[in-house]
Design a protein around this ligand. Structure first.
Ligand code: ADP
Ligand code: MG
Length: 367
């Protein structure tokens, strides 16, 4: 089933330091009005717009469908995009210790735990969690930092995974939350003048749920939640030295992301496979240009249900970055995914099927 990427915009409230003019306002539930520097107005439409007073629960409500379908073997991806300080980490992670301020990741982890506990079908579940960051085109495991410079691989069934990343098997909801905390605490941060604790990495939390159904089939759903690095142009952060090098690498992966989105939404669309076949001529989608886009290959033009949250500062001073984020979101709305369930046979059922096939072959040989 073809499904467009859901694109939402979230405006954060002004901080106490931001007393100046605003450049963006919500208009109803799906539009924002942006005030250009010449005071003309432009309107942009999305699947949902969360105003400054939206709560973490409001945002999570719209993620619930993606999260719950992971329990039935579908892949889901939730991405937060925007300049540093626009509210990405608040939206995805939030304050873990305050239930009201918890972001999407802890709420999703909790919802998955509750969904499993409520299942009375006799299915058995295995839940695994991994937390990695890509930083200067290196993938590092945040659950085991000794696992550095990891590579992205594709399984014969087409699943994308980070080879060698620790997948912590978690037996309880508490354990799931604990492992998540460990990973998130290890993120690389460097101070820049835009935000003291600006995160310079892309952080990817993946929860894999394997559901062994009583009929012997196994459904495998993966939920990826991605806190992207700041999308601002690097000259605005006035970063220098090491941070300058980091900045160019970070921009490289975000421009690769923009190029992938561009290729996927360019006239005629694409079937999502790299050079795959469709009624349109095969189109090259440059997933391999960065680690980030490779990890997201399945989420952008692939088989995942995907939601992109564009985070925006309300302040006119950040207007050019906000406008660029709004345009990025508008473009991403055109990405279509072919959402499919991931199913396979359990080893026992596979054995049974093989035994049946062998018996049939023997019978045929006798004839
Ligand atoms: P980013 O991850 O994009 O750099 P943060 O999530 O760290 O930005 O947000 C910057 C600051 O703004 C933080 O202090 C955060 O708590 C606050 N903030 C962001 N979004 C909201 C929101 N919707 N409501 C209240 N405070 C917010
Ligand atoms: Mg952040």
């Amino acid at each position: 089933m073809d499904q467009a990427t859901v694109v939402c915009v979230r405006l954060r409230p002004s901080s106490s330091k931001e007393t100046g003019v605003r450049c963006i306002r919500p208009e109803g539930e799906q539009d924002v009005t942006f005030t250009n520097p010449d005071r003309s107005l432009s309107s942009y439409g999305y699947d949902k717009v969360y105003g400054e007073d939206s709560t973490q629960a409001d945002v999570f409500k719209d993620c619930q469908r993606i999260v719950s379908s992971v329990l039935n073997g579908y892949n889901g991806t939730i991405l937060a995009y925007g300049q540093t300080g626009s509210g990405k980490t608040h939206t995805l992670i939030g304050s873990i210790s305050s239930p009201e301020l918890q972001g999407i990741v802890p709420r999703a982890v909790q919802a998955l735990g509750e969904g499993i506990a409520a299942d009375t079908s006799g299915a058995e579940y295995e839940v695994r969690l991994s937390v990695v960051e890509t930083y200067c085109e290196r993938i590092r495991d945040l659950l085991d930092p000794s696992r550095d410079n990891l590579q992205v691989m594709q399984s014969p069934t087409g699943a994308i995974f980070v080879d060698g990343a620790l997948e912590a098997q978690v037996g309880s909801e508490e354990q799931l939350v604990q492992v998540m905390h460990t990973g998130l605490a290890a993120r690389t941060v460097a101070a820049t003048c835009m935000n003291e604790a600006s995160s310079r990495s892309h952080c990817i939390v993946t929860v894999t749920v394997e559901k062994c159904c009583p009929d012997g089939s196994v459904l495998v759903g993966k939920l990826k939640m991605v806190d992207l690095a700041g999308s601002e142009r690097q000259d605005k952060t006035q970063a220098a030295g090491q941070t300058l090098v980091e900045g160019s690498q970070i921009n490289k992966s975000l421009s690769a992301l923009a190029n992938v989105i561009y290729a996927l939404t360019d006239t005629g669309g694409c079937d999502g496979a790299e050079g795959g076949s469709s009624s349109h001529p095969a189109k090259h989608v440059p997933y391999r240009d960065s680690k980030l886009t490779r990890i997201l290959q399945d989420s952008l033009g692939g088989t995942s249900r995907t939601m992109l949250i564009i985070c925006c500062s309300p302040c006119a001073e950040n207007g050019p970055e906000t406008l660029s984020s709004l345009r990025f979101g508008t473009r991403a709305r055109g990405i279509k995914n072919k959402v499919t369930v991931n199913t396979r046979l359990s080893p026992e059922l596979l054995q049974q099927q093989l035994a049946k096939a062998n018996a049939r072959i023997k019978e045929l040989e006798k004839q």
